[in-house]
Design a protein around this ligand. Structure first.
Ligand SMILES: Cc1cc2nc3c(=O)[nH]c(=O)nc-3n(C[C@H](O)[C@H](O)[C@H](O)COP(=O)(O)OP(=O)(O)OC[C@H]3O[C@@H](n4cnc5c(N)ncnc54)[C@H](O)[C@@H]3O)c2cc1C
Length: 298
């Protein structure tokens, strides 16, 4: 149970900033509360005040702009399964949402909370990273509203650590729209239901006009180090190459030694990376109707 002395629920961004400006004490931001409730902090480890941002309309809006989609920090995970705007424009988030907790949690858990919680295996982070998503954050400083853009790839600094400044709040996350890409999300955990990931990964793949060569490949993994990461070296090895099962098998076998930085179950995690690479690439290609077959012999 949360043990705050004061619970404040601003109705607008303006009200939130007025509160921030007037408050001398530190406070915790709550959106869905699914991580904060689960943390079961002991008495004395709470700040005095919780600020619940779930009622702020500006933090819940989903807007399509020219070639990008801006998702309010309060976007709930279930929305990725139900809202056409999101299903069409960020389909990889739907792939990840399918494996996220159960509907009861998905109805309240948010992307802002998933990012700010900074778990190495937050399920929405690898897809956002693969899309080069950018966090739009706001804070009040010297009476002015200061806005800052932080690429998701620079946001997580370690387990539970982010680059948010004191008093800074995630307002929205902006993703470019990737047309013509196939995508996949893979996740494995310690149990079958309501499973928190041990390793998760997101894939976005585009073929050239002939459907024979990789034009673009984006791969992000969580659970192999203190923060989720892009596998740029592997992406670059695939780009421009002829699509074949042989190549994908070769890439999946080639795993740089330092790819898994997590100390626990290192060998297991390496096997997962190999298998996810194989399955994630093949599934992404299948989504754009490309079956990777053996390279035809000359
Ligand atoms: C039963 C159960 C199953 C779960 N399953 C999964 C799963 O499958 N995959 C997964 O990734 N996670 C899972 N989680 C973890 C959790 O649901 C997610 O991390 C969720 O996205 C957190 O969102 P929230 O809105 O509930 O965050 P909250 O609990 O409200 O906040 C989490 C942290 O983020 C901060 N915060 C929240 N919003 C903002 C904001 N806009 N700006 C700045 N800071 C902010 C809070 O201060 C807090 O530190 C599970 C949790 C439970 C209890």
């Amino acid at each position: 149970m949360l043990q705050y002395k004061n619970y404040y629920m601003p109705g607008s961004e303006e009200e939130l900033f007025r509160f921030m400006e007037s408050s001398e004490k530190t406070f915790d931001i709550i959106s869905g509360g699914t991580d904060l409730y689960a943390k079961e902090k002991g008495p004395g480890s709470y700040t005095d005040t919780a600020v619940d941002i779930s009622g702020i309309a500006e933090f819940s809006a989903i807007r399509l702009n020219d070639g990008s989609v801006a998702m309010g920090a309060n976007t709930r995970i279930q929305q990725f399964l139900e809202e056409q705007k999101l299903i069409e424009n960020v389909p990889i988030m739907r792939h990840a949402a399918i494996y996220f907790a159960d509907q009861q949690i998905r109805e309240i858990a948010t992307i802002g909370g998933n990012l700010a919680n900074a778990s190495p295996t937050g399920d929405m982070i690898p897809p956002l990273m693969a899309m080069d998503a950018v966090i739009h954050a706001v804070r009040k400083e010297d009476g002015r509203i200061c806005r800052r853009e932080i690429p998701v790839s620079d946001f997580i600094e370690g387990v539970g650590k982010t680059s948010l400044l004191a008093g800074e709040v995630i307002r929205s996350v902006v993703c470019p729209i990737f047309k013509g890409y196939g995508c996949a999300f893979k996740k494995v955990g310690l149990r079958r239901s309501l499973c928190i990931s041990t390793v998760n990964s997101a894939f976005l793949v585009k073929a050239d006009k002939t459907n024979q060569y990789f034009q673009d490949v984006r791969i992000a993994f969580g659970g192999i180090g203190p923060a989720p990461t892009r596998l740029k070296e592997i992406e670059n090895r695939l780009k421009g190459e002829r699509i074949s099962r042989e190549l994908i098998l070769k890439i999946a076998e080639y795993i740089p030694n330092d790819i898994v930085q997590s100390r626990s179950r290192r060998e297991y995690r390496k096997i997962v990376v190999r298998n996810f690479l194989l399955a994630g690439l093949l599934e992404s290609l299948a989504e754009i109707d490309i079956a990777a077959v053996e390279t035809p012999q000359a």
